[in-house]
Design a protein around this ligand. Sequence first.
Ligand code: ADP
Length: 365
Amino acid sequence: MKKTDFRKILFGISNWCVFFLLAAFVVTCCMILFLNIMSDTLGITFTEENISTAAKLTFANVIVISLLFTAIDTIRRKVMVDRPTKRITDAGKKLTDGDFSVRIKKLGDNHAYESFNSIIDCFNKMAEELGSVETLRSDFISNVSHELKTPLAVIQNYGTMLQSHELSEEKRIEYAKGVTDNSRRLASLITNILKLNKLENQQIFPANERFDLGEQLCENLLQFEDIWEQKNIGIETKIEDDIYIYSDTELLSLVWGNLLSNAFKFTESGGRVGVSLTADEKYAVVRISDTGCGISAETGSHIFEKFYQGDTSHATQGNGLGLALVKRVVDIMQGEISVESEVGKGSTFTVKLRRGEGVGMEKAD
Ligand code: ADP
């Protein structure tokens, strides 16, 4: 006999014992009461024979009643406890085996099932959450592998071509440049993935310091001087002086770098890129605008997603992680980011940042 079967039998016997003792107690009390009333009020005297028959009858009654209660309790337990528990444990097993589509059907409106139904609700929500996390994870992995494979394949090709002996100087330089550009793209992709991963697990910025936001914007803008000169892009700045905020300089620099890089990337030669900064007591508002290709409503609803690239003609110049990084930083800083755009006319990204409280965060005199 299996250990579990033996336990079940033991459980059945103990269950019956409980009901037997209960029924014996109740019936004995009733009998004593009944006998007392009979002898007091009706003056009936009980003989030994009478009492022995009554005792036998009572004992038989106790056995039948306790057996009946045990049977009713077993059925009740099976329906009300074992069945829902089995449903939940079966679903739990499926979930542990990686089936995130599993959901448990509710047990009906019966009040007795209320606790089980709330467990089922929690389970279903957990399964849904796990399912979407798993989808995100697998999408992320397939996106990363795809993004890594593309430049690697290009580098391999250029490498093979560079091995040829009859290569003109011009071709050699072209292929070597191809290798360098794609290695750079690969390095930037890996850096961005690592940054994003770090930011997704980070909630606090220990590196908060007080700095001049306008100055930081100008420094970031100047890093694109070569590009705006090359593309003959006009620059318009409207930056209020002495706007100080408390924040993480490095991470905010990442925000401006990405927004500006996109503005210059998506603006054709002869266009304009603008940077403005305004502030009140509580907030600093930065606007980065361009007269580039613009963003359609459909593209606009996805631009902050990881690896999303709306404009594929510039795909090799990015990896679709820039705005996901920007959004993550702004979110952790409890700021807001929005975009207004018109296809063919240009886009304006607006970032609203809290300046915090205290003397250090007020506009400096
Ligand atoms: P990447 O620039 O590397 O493609 P991003 O996350 O920075 O990735 O941007 C996602 C998408 O948002 C881009 O592919 C592009 O379609 C759109 N986008 C972002 N900034 C601009 C902009 N200033 N003008 C037009 N489209 C933009």
